[in-house]
Design a protein around this ligand. Structure first.
Ligand code: ZN
Length: 689
């Protein structure tokens, strides 16, 4: 490589040169950008550098944005076009990049500059970005002095180690278990699951079938195996993972003490930051105002869902007694009973549904909705891409470019599973050039490719996934905010960020939308109404029970981090609190041996501590927002109501993170969010039958 040739990763003229990046260029390019970013940090934190928003942004933000964009390109390629050399280059550079962002977020000189900034001179967008930055510093311990400061740092380190250990124990405890059974014992289990279990046994030179506690094996066995004894064995192993109740040889993975230590560290962090408990700390940057508000939201939801959950349970009991000969169902019977009841009530073929959802027709339907509601047009465009199957589009309003996006729909080797939206660059009125940078997004899915020259067929779940990610994309792409850190999805509260994505999912259940969005792969016929009716009926199966289960987890998480677990020898008795929550909200009591918190990774090793409620919270927001379109439809006959779309776009999508999510919601709905739309969408509005 000649010295004079500029590296593609250092070209920021327009779109990333995905087709030109070579693994050996990653290290040098990222190092060059890190050097520039460090120099920028030194420059703006120098004593004589003015504490002025624009002057600081045109040095520091410009440098960090370049680093972020280049690393975004590398990270994206690592996710969608993985090769051993690329992965090695990525892993080699990753610690240096992580280290820079950590140092930036903890730089006291930078905090002092932000603190010294005259906020009165900022625009409202800048003021919001400034508040977010200040809050981040304070929650990162920037206000602490001396011993408190070093203790705060030590807490973060210990916490990270223990969280890692918690997750390792969960994984090891899951992996440590296996059970060799005969094929006869698996009667009722789908063939592909049996085949996989047989192959697993064979791979270790054994005959028969080997079961594990991993989801693709555990779940179908619990749902389909006729043998109650087998289900009981697996249930016990699964629900006692990483606990003192596990088999003696697996007790070494017990997470109980780690959980107590994590809780103690979180409480200590809250004490240092001047809060009563960790739940309060967790909620500072979120939309929810207080732990008490979240707890009462969850209790309200539980009370409303309870009659439906009781009905769900009564239905299962009656069905089990009459059709399955189970007069006294146990914990390990419920998934089996539920599956059998569902089959009896709503049998329809997912395979048949799929033949109507051809990818081009679905995409055209999605684009039509977006174009109609949000007054834009979406046109194919060209850009350097990482794979020939990747599509690229531009969104325009009139002649004006609003944003662009990559669409990478198909699954293939070297591409990480799942679906996600990611930003390539953010809308930003650049402080260095004074020009407006338009936003660009990635939309990535992993759908099956078409076979035999036919278009790809999507399951209904795939369609929902596509709409979901597109909703995140719209939030990022339609923003009208000019300030980088509060533009699009940047700076949006964590418990509100799923509003646009879950909102878009609703269209996948509208008959008027579906009939225009489906075309049978052979005949071109739209989805038959009779099939749609069955899909809709199955949608809300047992939503009462499912709601209570989510509330149980969420309320347990919140109360635990409010310090409400009873103390034994000065330490929180986690199971005692969970049992108390179950007595309050659940309709089913699991066996005394279960230790579900011991593998509750969301709250002990993920980012969801005192945050698990956000799933339900965001569902309330998205359902209530969608209800505005249903109300419009009562007047106009169509949910694709343009004036409502315009209000939604302006209040929610365009505002991005420039103001609190509650303000945006109220600007759209004219009031605070209300539970009733969610309950209605999930079939919990009328009196249970
Ligand atoms: Zn999402």
């Amino acid at each position: 490589m000649s010295v004079s040739a500029p590296l593609p990763l250092l070209n920021f003229q327009d779109l990333p040169l995905f087709d030109q990046v070579l693994p050996e260029q990653i290290g040098p390019a990222i190092d060059a950008l890190l050097t520039q970013a460090d120099a920028a940090l030194e420059a703006v934190t120098a004593p004589d550098f003015p504490a002025d928003w624009k002057q600081m942004a045109s040095v520091l933000d410009v440098a960090t944005e370049r680093l972020g964009r280049a690393w975004g390109t590398v990270n994206h390629l690592n996710s969608v076009a993985d090769t051993p050399t690329l992965r090695a280059a990525y892993n080699e550079a990753l610690p240096r990049v992580t280290d820079f962002w950590t140092r930036l977020g903890a730089d006291e000189r930078l905090y002092a500059k932000y603190k010294a900034m005259p906020v009165g001179s900022l625009t409202s967008e800048q003021a919001q970005a400034h508040r977010n930055a200040m809050r981040g510093f304070v929650l990162g311990g920037a206000e602490l002095q001396g011993e408190a400061k070093s203790r705060f740092a030590a807490i973060q380190e210990q916490h990270a180690e223990l969280a890692q250990k918690f997750s390792e124990n969960s994984l090891d405890a899951t992996d440590a278990f296996s059970l060799l059974v005969t094929e006869e014992e698996l009667a009722g289990v789908p063939t592909d699951v049996v085949e996989a279990a047989r192959a697993l046994a064979q791979s270790s030179g054994q005959s028969g079938c080997k079961l594990t506690l991993k989801m693709p094996c555990y779940l179908p066995v619990m749902q389909f195996a006729h043998s109650a004894a087998l289900r009981q064995t697996l249930h016990r192993a699964y629900t006692t993972r990483a606990s003192d109740q596990a088999a003696p040889e697996h007790v070494k993975f017990d997470n109980s003490a780690i959980m107590q230590s994590l809780l103690a560290l979180r409480q200590e962090e809250a004490d240092l930051l001047g809060y009563a408990n960790f739940a309060q700390v967790s909620l500072v940057p979120k939309m929810a105002q207080s732990p008490e508000q979240v707890a009462s939201f969850l209790r309200d939801l539980a009370a409303k869902a309870r009659p439906y959950a009781e009905q769900d349970l009564a239905d299962m009991r009656a069905f089990a007694a009459e059709h399955l000969g189970l007069s006294d169902p146990q914990a390990w019977d419920w998934p089996y009973i539920g599956e059998k009841l569902k089959e009896t009530r709503y049998a329809f073929s997912e395979q048949e549904v799929k033949t109507y959802f051809t990818a081009p027709k679905v995409l055209q339907g999605l684009f039509n909705i977006v174009e109609t509601l949000f007054e834009v047009s979406i046109r194919p465009d060209t850009a350097p891409v990482w794979h020939p199957k990747v599509e690229f589009f531009r969104i325009e309003r009139g002649t004006q470019l609003v944003g662009q996006f990559y669409l990478d729909m198909g699954a293939r080797t070297g591409k990480r599973g799942g679906a996600w939206m990611d930003d390539v660059r953010t809308r930003w009125l650049r402080p260095d050039t004074g020009t407006l940078q338009t936003p660009v997004a990635h939309l990535v899915c992993n759908f099956a490719e078409g076979v035999g020259g036919k278009p790809a067929l999507l399951t209904h779940d795939d369609v929902i996934t596509l709409f979901h990610e597109f909703g995140h994309g719209l939030h990022h792409l339609l923003t009208q905010v000019n300030e980088r850190d509060v533009s699009g999805i940047s700076g949006v509260e964590w418990d509100a960020v799923e509003l646009p994505s879950q909102f878009m999912e609703n269209f996948c259940w509208e008959w008027d939308v579906l009939k225009h969005m489906t075309a049978h792969v052979d005949t071109g016929e739209p989805l038959p109404r009779s099939l749609y009716d069955k899909m809709l009926a199955a949608k809300n199966f047992q939503s009462g029970l499912q709601t209570l289960r989510q509330v149980e987890f969420a309320l347990f998480d919140m109360l635990l981090h409010m310090g409400q677990a009873p103390l034994v020898d000065g330490k929180p008795d986690v199971m005692a609190l969970l049992n108390r929550v179950r007595q309050e909200v659940a309709v089913l009591t699991p066996p005394a041996y279960t230790r579900t918190p011991n593998t509750f990774g969301h709250i002990f090793s993920g980012g969801y501590s005192a945050g698990y409620y956000s799933y339900k919270w965001a569902e309330v927001l998205s359902a209530d927002a969608y209800a505005a379109f249903e109300e419009a439809a009562q007047q106009t006959g169509s949910t694709l109501d343009v004036p409502t779309g315009k209000r939604f776009r302006e209040a929610i999508l365009e505002a991005g993170g420039s103001r609190p999510a509650m303000d945006s919601f109220k600007a759209f709905r004219g009031r605070e969010p209300d539970l009733s739309a969610l309950l209605r969408h999930q079939g919990m509005a009328a009196q249970p039958a």
